[in-house]
Every structure is written in structure tokens, then in C-alpha cells.
Design a protein around this ligand. Structure first.
Ligand SMILES: [Zn+2]
Ligand SMILES: [Zn+2]
Length: 182
């Protein structure tokens, strides 16, 4: 997910390009985000390239309640400005990133060859959009703390609230009123 933005940087204010991203994968902080699909728009501002992107991705983990495999779909909208390292391409009136200023986010820098890489910024955006608790399904019944049975599969007798697994999804929809389902 690397774009050469030399022509954008030497072009006019407001120039833009659109790119589609299909089935990409990013590995960040040990987590694999795959099936990344979406579109990205690159627009020249006075001193930067504004990236607007809309993505969906998938990640796999184990369920926080029952430890079975869980698939999480994540959607993210990202809008970030990338600053060029090669300041000579930017109009002289524009404010430039100071070479001594290391406060710039390295994920948001266009390199010397005018390549803009959105992988890291996108990966960070996707990570922060993940739910804190990853579940195999919203109404996962988890593991019984007494007999360690996966209550999505077997309705163990130690459970105080007996919900037939075949009806668990429906019970979740109906809410508290369905606690005594047969
Ligand atoms: Zn689960
Ligand atoms: Zn049990």
C-alpha cells in the first residue's frame, strides 16, 4: 500500500487521486489483519498530502469467553495528513516539517523518493478500532466456571440459567424474558 505522490506534490492545490485496495494483509503488533478492502483518496494540500480512507478488514483470535476461534470484522475511516521529507517539492510559502523536529509521527511521513506508505497508519487505525473484548459471537455463553464445559455446545447442569443452545441466539434477541426457555 505504497503510492508515489511526486506528481501530486508538484501539482496544484486540491489535486487528488483515488486508489482501490483489495484483499491486502497487514501484520502489526503481532496481529494479522487480512482481507483489507476499501478505497483511499490522496489529496494535495498546501504542505501535505491528505489521505482519506475507508476500509474493512478481518482478524482472527480466540474468543475471550469460550476460547474457541473468533473472527472479528472491523471497519475504519481514516483521515491523516502525510508530510513530505522532500520539502523542495512543496511550495515555498507553505510551512514545512522542521528536520530537527522529531515529533512527527513516522507513520505519517512521505519518504525522500516521494513514496507514501499508508500500511502503518492504516494498521494502527485498524488496531484501535478492534473491540476490547473479542468474542466468537455477541451472546457467547462462555465456559462454565464449575465444570469447564463450553456452554455454547453443552448445556451443563451446573448453569443456573438454562438456555438451550439452539435457542441461545433467539433468547439473546428476546432478552431477559427468555431466561426460562425450555
Ligand atoms: Zn465464544
Ligand atoms: Zn458446568
Amino acid at each position: 500500500m505504497i503510492y508515489n505522490v511526486a506528481s501530486l506534490l508538484t501539482g496544484s492545490l486540491g489535486d487528488s487521486e483515488r486508489h482501490e485496495i483489495e484483499n491486502e494483509t497487514i501484520v502489526i503488533d503481532g496481529r494479522t489483519l487480512s482481507e483489507i478492502n476499501g478505497s483511499i483518496r490522496l489529496m494535495r494540500t498546501d504542505a501535505t498530502v491528505l489521505v482519506s480512507a475507508d476500509f474493512e478488514a478481518v482478524t482472527h483470535d480466540s474468543c475471550g469467553r469460550c476460547l474457541e476461534p473468533a473472527t472479528v470484522n472491523v471497519n475504519v475511516t481514516m483521515e491523516e495528513e502525510f508530510s513530505p521529507t522532500n520539502a523542495s517539492l512543496v511550495s515555498s510559502t507553505a510551512s514545512r516539517p522542521d528536520e530537527e523536529d522529531y515529533s512527527y509521527d513516522p507513520a505519517l511521513v512521505i519518504d525522500e523518493q516521494n513514496f507514501l506508505d499508508i500500511s502503518l497508519g492504516l494498521g494502527q487505525a485498524l488496531l484501535s478500532a478492534l473491540p476490547i473484548a473479542i468474542l466468537c459471537k455477541e451472546d457467547c455463553l462462555g465456559i462454565c466456571p464449575i465444570c469447564t464445559t463450553n456452554r455454547n455446545i453443552v448445556n451443563c447442569s451446573c448453569a443456573k440459567i438454562d438456555v438451550d443452545p439452539r435457542w441461545a441466539g433467539l433468547a439473546g434477541l428476546i432478552g431477559k424474558g427468555a431466561e426460562s426457555a425450555d
